[in-house]
Design a binder for this molecule. Structure first.
Ligand code: PLP
Length: 275
């Protein structure tokens, strides 16, 4: 498999510098972009978010949105990816270990692709989630490499035989460990506002567009765990999960409903515009 690393295309193996700040501090940012039918999906939105994340932590990117897209397209072609994901990470670079930023630094970029099928089973049958406390930092809007809070939450979900951990901060549902959360009540979709407490998911933005096109009210307003349990329908979304219905929250079951199915259909039409 061809990989893009530090300005070059290389085969399979790369050498990480022991002083890479991504490795030592999680000092970097990332994106995961979908490939459907050999084509990038919402790549521009993803790379615009990467540019924003970089600016928020004062990393000066050496590549533009168009550069990233071109590199991804090259990898898709060379690696013959039909349905897959592309992982992009940029760290602050290599410097002798010190929390303070180095005087001058050259970001280290890593981009690779891998095959991944659409999550059809979960989308069809629904998944189980658990709720737990959101213990993450207060800049969840930055897609940072520091994922320990998310990793611990996801592991707890996995141990509880659930697909996702729905995090709760100060009595408010924020988001999943690697997804956004939506409830549907009386025909209206509710999701946490895009502020510093959640990542503004690209899938979330696509779902918002779909809802608008379908004339389904879409309200960016917080909700409580009680409202989550009491919802008519519950959805989680991400680049890899798309629009996945939730059928169990902790010990309580939820039905998959008509709004979820409409959003899934509208989302699919965005993936395959011709069909
Ligand atoms: N929230 C968190 C914490 C995530 O890690 C992710 C994706 O990995 C999302 C939300 C969903 O974002 P997107 O739809 O851009 O994949």
């Amino acid at each position: 498999n061809l990989i893009y690393f530090n300005g070059e295309y290389v085969n399979d193996k790369i050498a990480i510098d022991p002083n890479d700040r991504g490795y030592q501090f999680g000092d970097g940012i990332y994106e995961v972009v979908r490939v459907y039918n050999g084509m990038l999906f919402t790549a521009r939105e993803h790379f615009e978010r990467l540019v924003r994340s970089a600016a928020e932590i004062q990393i000066k990117l050496e590549l533009t949105v168009d550069d990233y897209i071109e590199i991804c397209q090259h990898l898709i072609t060379e690696n013959q990816v039909t349905d897959g994901l592309i992982y992009v990470q940029v760290t602050r670079g290599n410097a002798l270990r010190n929390h303070i930023f180095p005087e001058s630094f050259k970001p280290v970029t890593l981009i690779y692709s891998y095959d991944s099928a659409r999550p059809v089973e979960g989308m069809d049958k629904g998944v189980k989630v658990i709720t737990l406390e959101d213990i993450r930092w207060l800049r969840c809007d930055i897609k940072s490499l520091n994922l320990l809070g998310n990793v611990l939450a996801k592991q707890q979900a996995h141990v509880g035989q659930a697909v996702e951990a729905i995090q709760v901060r100060d009595g408010i549902v924020t988001e999943g460990a690697s997804s956004n959360v939506f409830i549907i009540k009386n025909g209206t979709i509710y999701t946490h506002p895009a502020n510093h407490l959640i990542l503004n998911g690209i899938t979330r933005i696509v779902i918002k567009r779909c809802a608008e096109e379908l004339n389904i009210p879409f309200v960016e307003k917080t909700f409580t765990p009680e409202e989550l349990y009491d919802a008519d329908e519950v959805i989680i979304s991400s680049t890899s999960l798309e629009v996945t219905p939730v059928t169990q929250i902790d010990d309580q079951t939820v039905e998959i409903g008509p709004v979820t199915r409409q959003l899934q259909q509208a989302f699919k039409e965005k993936i395959y515009p011709a069909s």
